[in-house]
Write a protein that binds this ligand. Structure first.
Ligand code: IVH
Length: 672
C-alpha cells in the first residue's frame, strides 16, 4: 500500500470507527458485532504504526472506547452511589446474614427484601419537593447529569407534596424499559430489517444517554425508586419507612417488599419473589436484602465499593431442556431467511415456549443444531428465547446435520447473501412470504395503522390474489371482503372505513409503510419534515438526502433506488391515484423559518438557557438540533466547559456560537 492509499484508508477507518462509536455508545444500536468493530480498530492501529506521520492526533485508537458521558455534564453525588455484593448461592446468603448478626451482636436482624431491578441506576435530587436533577451512578462519586432525559419519564414525579418534603433529598432508583415496550421497539426494528436490540437493560441504558431528546421521547422509559441518598433533615429511620414515604409521595415503587426477621424468613421471601417476578412489568434479576434500620446500617458500614448491610441474591438465568422437533425457515418481508426451532412446549421464565430463534445459518452450523436434538433453551434478559446449546449425549444415532435450503422455502427462488450480511435473502420480491410481510408492515400500527388488517386477513387476501401490493389495498371492495373468513357486513364495512381513513394519515406513516430499506419510523419522520411530500422526496437526490441528519449515504441511495424502481414508482403513483392524501408536517414558515435546513449542535453550560431551551428555540425557527458534530453541522452553540464537541467543531472549521451569538444570529436573520 502506498502512502496515498494508506492516508485514504486511515481517513475511511477513522470515520467508520467514529460512526460505530456513535451507534454503540450513544444510540445503543450497534450496526456491527464487537468482533468486527475490533477488526476495524486493529487495522487502523496497524496502519498508524506503519505510517506514524499519517496518524491523527484525535484518532479513535487513542481513546478508550468513547467516553459514555460525552455531551453530558458530570455532577458530584452528595452521598456516593455504591454497588452491591452479589451472590448466586444460598450458603453465601446465609453467611451474609450471619456476618450481619455478628456485626450487630444480635440474634435476629430485621431485613427488607425487595426486587432487584435490572435497569440503570439513577439518583434524583429534590429540593423542597421540586425535582432539580437526575444523575447516573457514573463512577460512584460523580455521574452524568441526565435531567433533560429523565424528566421525559412520565412516571417520575417532577414535584411532590411540599408539606413533609425534606429540604434536600436524593431519591435513588432504577430506570428501566418495560418488556412490552422493548418488544414494540424490536418488532419495529425487525420489520425495518434492522437487528433487534439484545435486552431491555441495554436499550434503557442507551436511551438515557441519548443526546437527542426527541429520540428519547419516542421510547417509553419507566422508573422504580427504592433508596435514599443524602437527606436533610433526616425524615425516616428505616428502609421500610422510606418505602412508605415513597408511596406517600406517590413515587413508583416495586411491586412487593417483605419485612422479615433472620435468614430463614429472608430466604422464604426470596423464594416468593422468585416465583412471582415473571409477572412484574420490569426485568428482575434478583432480590436485594437490606438491613432495615438505618442505625444498624451505620454500625455495619461499608467497604469502598459496597455496603456491608445489603446483598443482592441473583437468580440464575432460566434454562430448560426440551426436544427440538423441527426447524422451520421463515421468510420475512425483506426476504431474510430465519431458522426457527419448533420445540416440544416447555415452561421457561413463566411462559410456555414452543419456538426459539436459531438466528441464522452460520449460528446453526456453529452450534451444530439438528432436528431430533435435545437442546437447552434460555430466556434471560433476552426476551426472545434462544437455543443455547445441544445436549450431544442425547442425540439420536440417525441424526443428520441440518441442510440450510439453497432456495427460498416459500417460492423456490434463489437466495443470496448480501455483502456484509450473514443473513440469506430470497431475491424474488414477489415471493408470497415477502408480499405478506410487506402488506402486514404497511397496515401495522407503526405505519398506516389500518385497524382490522392484521396478518390473518392479509394472508387470505394474498392467497386469493385480491391484494399483491400496497395500492391493491385501496382497490378492495365490499364484495371482496364479505367472502373472507369471519367477515360479515359489519366487519367488511369497518375495514373499508379504516382503509379510507388511512389515506389522510401523517406523511411519515406512509413513508415508513413503504418499507424502503433502512427507513424506519425515525428516519421517515425526519424525511417527512425535510421534504413534506413524495414528489419532493423522490426528486431530492442523494446529495440533498444526506444533508438530512440521520440519513447516511447508504440510506440515501436506497431511497433513490426505491423510487427509481419502475414497479415501486407505479405502485406509489397508483396510491395517489386511489386517493392517498397524506398530511405533511407543519414547518415554521416565513419569519419563523430562518433556520430552515440548518443543523445546530449544543454543548456545555449556556449562560442563561438550558440546553433544552436552546434546542426548542432553534427548532421553533425551523432548525434542527443534533446530538453530535459532523460536517453537516452548521453551527456549534457552546457554553462553559464544552469538551470534545468543541474541539471537533474547531477541527472541522464549524463556526462556534455562544448563547449570545445564537440570539444575535436569530436577530440578524429575522432582519432586526
Ligand atoms: S440498593 C447501597 N436496591 O443494583 C445500596 N439496588 O448491583 C445500593 N439495584 O447499584 C443499591 N434494584 O443500581 C438497591 N432494590 C434495589 C435495587 C438495586 C436494582 C441496582 C442498583 C445497584 C445495583 C447493584
Amino acid at each position: 500500500m502506498n502512502e496515498t492509499a494508506a492516508a485514504e484508508r486511515i481517513r475511511f477507518l477513522t470515520h467508520e470507527i467514529r460512526r460505530h462509536n456513535e451507534l454503540y455508545f450513544r444510540k445503543a444500536d450497534p450496526e456491527i458485532s464487537d468482533f468486527d468493530y475490533d477488526l476495524l480498530k486493529q487495522e487502523l492501529e496497524k496502519l498508524e504504526r506503519a505510517y506514524p506521520e499519517l496518524a491523527r492526533e484525535d484518532s479513535p485508537t487513542g481513546q478508550v472506547g468513547e467516553d459514555l458521558s460525552e455531551g453530558f455534564q458530570t455532577y458530584q453525588h452528595r452521598l456516593p452511589m455504591l454497588s452491591l455484593d452479589n451472590t448466586y448461592s444460598k450458603d453465601e446468603f446465609f453467611a451474609f446474614v450471619e456476618r450481619v448478626g455478628k456485626g450487630l451482636e444480635s440474634e435476629s436482624t430485621e431485613f427488607v427484601v425487595e426486587p432487584k431491578i435490572d435497569g440503570v441506576a439513577v439518583s434524583v435530587t429534590y429540593e423542597n419537593g421540586q425535582i432539580v436533577r437526575a444523575v447516573t451512578r457514573g463512577n460512584g462519586s460523580e455521574g452524568d447529569d441526565i435531567t433533560a432525559n429523565a424528566v421525559l419519564i412520565e412516571e417520575l414525579p417532577k414535584s411532590f407534596e411540599e408539606s413533609g418534603a425534606p429540604e434536600i433529598v436524593e431519591v435513588r432508583g432504577e430506570i428501566y424499559m418495560r418488556n412490552d415496550e422493548f418488544d414494540r421497539i424490536n418488532s419495529e426494528r425487525q420489520t425495518e430489517g434492522l437487528e433487534a436490540f439484545k435486552n431491555p437493560r441495554n436499550l434503557a441504558a442507551g436511551t438515557v444517554k441519548m443526546l437527542d431528546r426527541a429520540e428519547v421521547a419516542k421510547r417509553q422509559l419507566n422508573i422504580i425508586l427504592y433508596g435514599i441518598g443524602f437527606c436533610q433533615p433526616d425524615i425516616v429511620e428505616t428502609q421500610w419507612g422510606f418505602h412508605e414515604k415513597l408511596r406517600e409521595w406517590r413515587f413508583p415503587v416495586g411491586e412487593r417488599f417483605w419485612k422479615v426477621n433472620g435468614a430463614v424468613q429472608a430466604w422464604e421471601a426470596i423464594e416468593q419473589l422468585d416465583a412471582m417476578r415473571n409477572d412484574f412489568p420490569y426485568p428482575t434479576d434478583g432480590a436485594v436484602v437490606k438491613v432495615n434500620g438505618f442505625r444498624e446500617q451505620a454500625i455495619l458500614g461499608q467497604t469502598s465499593k459496597a455496603p456491608r448491610w445489603a446483598i443482592a441474591y441473583k437468580f440464575a438465568a432460566e434454562q430448560a431442556e426440551t426436544l427440538l422437533e423441527d426447524i422451520v425457515i421463515q421468510v420475512g418481508r425483506t426476504g431474510v431467511l430465519t431458522p426457527v426451532a419448533q420445540l416440544k412446549p416447555t415452561t421457561l421464565a413463566g411462559t410456555t415456549v414452543s419456538r426459539a430463534t436459531l438466528h441464522n445459518a452460520e449460528e446453526m452450523e456453529r452450534k451444530d443444531v439438528r432436528v431430533g436434538d435435545t437442546v437447552i433453551v434460555e430466556k434471560a434478559g433476552e426476551i426472545i428465547p434462544a437455543v443455547l446449546r445441544v445436549v450431544k449425549e442425547k442425540r439420536p444415532l440417525e441424526s443428520a446435520p441440518f441442510v440450510f435450503p439453497a432456495t427460498c422455502p416459500e417460492c423456490g427462488s434463489e437466495t443470496r447473501r448480501l455483502e456484509g450480511e450473514v443473513a440469506l435473502r430470497c431475491i424474488n420480491i414477489e415471493c408470497p412470504a415477502q408480499v405478506r410481510g410487506r402488506l402486514e408492515h404497511f397496515a401495522s400500527r407503526q405505519c398506516m395503522d389500518i385497524e382490522g388488517l392484521g396478518i390473518a386477513v392479509v394472508n387470505q387476501l394474498v392467497a386469493r390474489t385480491l391484494v399483491s401490493n400496497y395500492a391493491d389495498i385501496y382497490r378492495l371492495t365490499f364484495d371482496n371482503l364479505i367472502g373472507l373468513e369471519k367477515f360479515a357486513e359489519k366487519s367488511a364495512n369497518n375495514l373499508l372505513e379504516a382503509i379510507e381513513k388511512s389515506k389522510g394519515n401523517d406523511f411519515w406513516r406512509l413513508l415508513h409503510g413503504l418499507g424502503i430499506p433502512q427507513v424506519g419510523a425515525a428516519a421517515a419522520k425526519d424525511l417527512a419534515k425535510a421534504y413534506g411530500s413524495v414528489a419532493r422526496l423522490r426528486d431530492a437526490g442523494v446529495e440533498s438526502l444526506i444533508e438530512v441528519e440521520g440519513i447516511g449515504e447508504k440510506t440515501a441511495e436506497g431511497i433513490m433506488a426505491f423510487f427509481q424502481n419502475e414497479a415501486n414508482a407505479a405502485i406509489v403513483d397508483d396510491l395517489f391515484r386511489l386517493g392517498m392524501n397524506p398530511v405533511a408536517p407543519e414547518v415554521p414558515e416565513g419569519d419563523d423559518a430562518i433556520f430552515d435546513g440548518m443543523t445546530f449542535v449544543i454543548t456545555g453550560t449556556l449562560a442563561t438557557m438550558k440546553r433544552s431551551e436552546a434546542k426548542a428555540l432553534i427548532e421553533s425557527k425551523g432548525g434542527k438540533a443534533a446530538g453530535s458534530v459532523s460536517k453537516k453541522t452548521d453551527y456549534l452553540v457552546a457554553g462553559e466547559s464544552a469538551g470534545s464537541k468543541l474541539s471537533k467543531a474547531e477541527s472541522l472549521g464549524i463556526p462556534v456560537l455562544s448563547e449570545e451569538g445564537l440570539l444575535a444570529l436569530i436577530d440578524s436573520r429575522s432582519g432586526n
